[in-house]
Design a protein around this ligand. Structure first.
Ligand SMILES: [Zn+2]
Length: 259
């Protein structure tokens, strides 16, 4: 089985003790490519170091995570823009709106997302969107900006069937991760009947480990657990799910985006 992890923070501090072993486990599990979304200015060096060490497997993306949008977000976005002008990245992200922890900076989050949508257009890059308790707010911004040129993924999708259809209608993909394996994750009611062409697989590691590792540190080697569960929900062969989602991920982010 060949897989692509479309969303993995493998540069995280949490992997410091065993990063090389962790990545080896991923490659041995069939996860051949790993796409790394950025968080903010503090995560860039570590992310680019992993990419430099694994130039044919791990690919960096550039953006500002909504949970790290504060009143000073313009300084952060200046850094994002500088990097995007400096070298190629696989996507703009992760960006979006997150109202789960804190609603204080909604206006700033909306503005930061609009600016990053503009950067995606300017650099002709896909968007990696993070939305939590804020699907409507984020989808409204994408809808307003969609002129046919925007593409990307709603990562860690865990919304309703209607929201999934809205994402597809917007020309975006659904990023499916460990939530698919959770008993009350709800994706067993959302995914049946959806065409595989709309789906990407992801771990979002070190977060959201799939069952039976739920609650522990997640890593890309667990991606086959997500693939198997998605195949089960769709009533398809796991090989077919792996092949299609890998193809979708590489088509969206580029086979070797940094070269
Ligand atoms: Zn993430």
């Amino acid at each position: 089985m060949q897989l692509s992890d479309s969303h993995a923070h493998v540069y995280s501090e949490q992997f410091k003790p065993d990063r090389d072993d962790m990545l080896l486990r991923a490659f041995e599990a069939g996860v051949r490519t790993i796409f790394m979304p950025n968080i903010d200015h503090t995560s860039i060096d570590a992310m680019l170091e992993v990419e430099a060490n694994y130039p044919t497997q791990c690919f960096a993306q550039m953006g500002l995570h909504p949970c790290h949008v504060t009143r000073q977000f313009e300084k952060e976005l200046y850094e994002v823009e500088t990097w995007l002008n400096r070298r190629p990245f696989a996507a703009v992200g992760e960006c979006g709106i997150d109202l789960y922890w804190d609603k204080t900076h909604l206006a700033e989050q909306q503005e930061a997302l609009r600016i990053q949508v503009g950067l995606a257009k300017k650099h002709n890059l896909p968007l990696v969107l993070h939305t939590r308790e804020a699907f409507r707010e984020a989808a409204d911004i994408i809808t307003a900006a969609q002129d046919g040129s925007l593409r990307g993924v709603f990562h860690c999708f865990s919304g309703t069937r209607a929201e999934a259809e809205e994402v597809i209608h917007l020309g975006f993909k659904l990023g499916i991760g460990g939530v698919a394996t959770f008993k009350n994750g709800g994706l067993d009611k959302v995914l049946p009947g959806l065409d595989l062409e709309h789906l990407l697989l992801e771990t979002d590691c070190p977060y959201l480990a799939p069952v039976p590792h739920r609650g522990k540190r997640n890593e890309p080697a667990y991606l086959p657990l997500v693939a198997r569960r998605v195949a089960e929900i769709l009533g398809k062969d796991v090989e077919e799910v792996a092949e299609a989602t890998t193809r979708n991920t590489l088509a969206l982010f580029g086979e070797a985006p940094t070269r």
